[in-house]
Design a protein around this ligand. Sequence first.
Ligand SMILES: [Zn+2]
Ligand SMILES: [Zn+2]
Length: 413
Amino acid sequence: MTKKLQSIRGIHDGLPSEVAKWRKIEDVARRVFSSHAVSEVRLPILEPTELFVRSVGEETDIVSKEMYAFKDQGSGNICLRPEGTAGAVRAYLQAGLTRSGIQRWFYMGPMFRRERPQKGRLRQFQQIGTEWIGVSGPVADAEILAMAQHFLDALDIQMVRLEINSLGCAACRPAYRDALITHLNACSEHLCKTCHERIENNPMRVLDCKNESCQAQSADAPEMLAHLCSDCDTHFSNLKESLNALDVPYKVNPRIVRGLDYYNRTAFEFITEQLGAQGTVLAGGRYDGLVESLGGPATTCIGFAAGMERLAMLMPDIKTQTVDVVAIALGDLALPYSLKIAEQLRREGLSVVHAGGGASKRQFKLADREGARFVAIIGSNEVEHGLISLKNLATGEQTSCSIKQGIALLKIS
Ligand SMILES: [Zn+2]
Ligand SMILES: [Zn+2]
């Protein structure tokens, strides 16, 4: 027997029941995001590898271990995008939009990371994200969080909590970083191997290490919030006030960090306990330094992203495609007329499956299998008088009427 091929490890198929949820996520995103004047962009899946080396950074796991990067037939080093923000900023700069005022964008599509596959973590995953380029004040931060909350509410995703932090800025972070490094060096023998390496190049990431010993050591580590300069402190206070005004509940969590230098001030995560271990559902923050690091002028930005597969796991099930009518032709002479009727009903917006004619028993069985609401039974009497006979499969009720009346009946029931 020929061996069946499997999909690549960590890459899965979107079958109808899951795609129904993805479509709902997409529809809700379009509706909610457009209420904040956010426009959709569609950006390439293939990008130059250097884009992520320069933005996400060579020393990160994403770039050093998890990228699908290769040489194309020409000479370029290209990769499958591991995230959406860098590509959005590249597109913004490439389109020459730096003098065009605020850009509010959202995107959705597949991202690729060669991580160890586990529940809710795939190597090809779909992300939905938004980037607000050119916004600087705490009001924008509060509003993007209100938009995220609205988005999750509209998806009926519950038991998710918002945690926020401030990562400071170029003025106040260096001194904090020094204080943190001093603390970590003093307890370095108790840190995990990864955190050992992080002390010099990425000390803040030690704060969100999941290793128990690292958590114990960092419990009394200095916190960024106690080291904010007055501008950052005001920004964070105003953000909290605006969130209160917007009735968006939140908790301050000093352990929300980002590994990269271009992230600053507001960082946030929506977290759930419903996926087994504590999981992040949606995460984002300010990245005022990224546009500049990709060759543009200093530009203040904030954004967030969420994995669609994770969102889908938290959503209630959705009915997949339903069949309104199965058309059944009794006798060969009724077949042409039944085909026409089926097509006519479809053009009225109804979902119709034609049972293909032949033995009536088989056709009724098929209607059952399809879970149809109605069968349209077309025999010689219907053909002769231009009628349609509809049987409601839930109630067993049957009516014979004109096509027009039939359409009306199908639409109201
Ligand atoms: Zn600051
Ligand atoms: Zn660690």
